[in-house]
Write a protein that binds this ligand. Structure first.
Ligand code: PLP
Length: 282
């Protein structure tokens, strides 16, 4: 399927009870047991799983070509779950221009919890090589990065990092559908779905997508339902609704941004323009 078709159909089912083509929002926190006491319909309690969250996770996972996903109440909640899978003494290599909230999370919360963290400019491959340690367990890339729109060569960094035990995470918040990090070697993808997936400034959300059903991802899933930072069924419904038009909106965003960047680059009062579409962008 082309990405536009996938965005429309992924995570979509016809409601078997009514035939509704737009899925109902399942607000129920609790689900009925079978007569034997089991839950054959797959749902027990909404913190563990919910039909709308499952549809969102299946939808975004299919869009990114992953094996599964875990949705959270914000992008930061999703990032947090990734760092929470690590143990004191583990080393994290993070891109220096990662979203300031992610750097702050690492500096102010996870350093206190015993993670050893180095920030490097991941557009410099020799700096990545130098910063890797025997205890490096995770490399955090973000490309294009927020705020400077720096570009990291995902495939090259992944190749270096995969020479060790560490896994590669790509925060793909700013390039959904334009860039597919699993094809370039990422093991996990993070999205703040608050941005382009939601698309209408009315919902906060985050998701971790896994390339394979690894033990690392199983720990993230357990942090999701045991930690409880899950999105509401309505938020999941809104984000999945946003995804239906995502490829078209990304095209429009890119065309508009290109025009703004071109205009600003020719402006006498503008010293520098950061936009990867510009010919002079590194
Ligand atoms: C690249 C990136 N990652 C993560 C986040 C955090 O997402 P949220 O605001 O949904 O917690 C943001 C927010 O701006 C972001 O720009």
């Amino acid at each position: 399927m082309r990405i536009e078709t996938l965005a429309v159909h992924a995570g979509h089912t016809i409601d078997p009870a009514t035939g509704a083509v737009s899925s109902p929002i399942h607000l129920s926190t609790t689900f009925e047991r079978d007569i034997e006491g089991t839950y054959s319909r797959g749902f027990m309690y909404t913190r563990n799983n919910n039909p709308n969250r499952q549809a969102l996770e299946q939808g975004i996972s299919a869009l990114e070509g992953g094996a599964g996903a875990a949705a959270f109440a914000s992008g930061t909640g999703a990032s947090m779950s990734i760092f929470q899978t690590l143990v004191p003494g583990d080393h994290v290599l993070a891109h220096v221009d990662a979203y300031y909230g992610t750097s702050r999370l690492l500096r102010e919360i996870f350093r206190r919890w015993g993670l050893d963290i180095s920030f490097v400019d991941m557009s410099d491959l020799s700096a990545v090589e130098k910063a890797l340690q025997s205890k490096t367990k995770l490399a955090w890339m973000e490309t294009p990065s927020n705020p400077l729109l720096k570009i990291v060569d995902l495939a090259a960094v992944a190749k270096i990092v995969h020479g060790t035990d560490a896994i590669c995470v790509c925060d793909n918040t700013w390039a959904p559908t334009l860039q597919r990090p699993f094809d370039l070697g990422a093991d996990l993808i993070l999205h703040s779905t608050t941005k382009y997936f939601g698309g209408h400034c009315d919902v906060l959300g985050g998701i971790v997508v896994a390339k394979t059903e690894s033990d690392f991802f199983k720990r993230i899933k357990s942090i999701q339902y045991e930690g409880g930072a899950v999105p509401s069924p309505f938020d999941c419904w809104l984000i999945l609704r946003g995804m239906r038009t995502l490829p078209w909106r990304m095209r429009a965003h890119s065309e508009n941004a290109m025009k703004v960047a071109d205009f600003l680059s020719g402006h006498s009062k503008v010293a520098r323009v950061h936009y990867p579409g510009l010919k002079l962008h590194p």
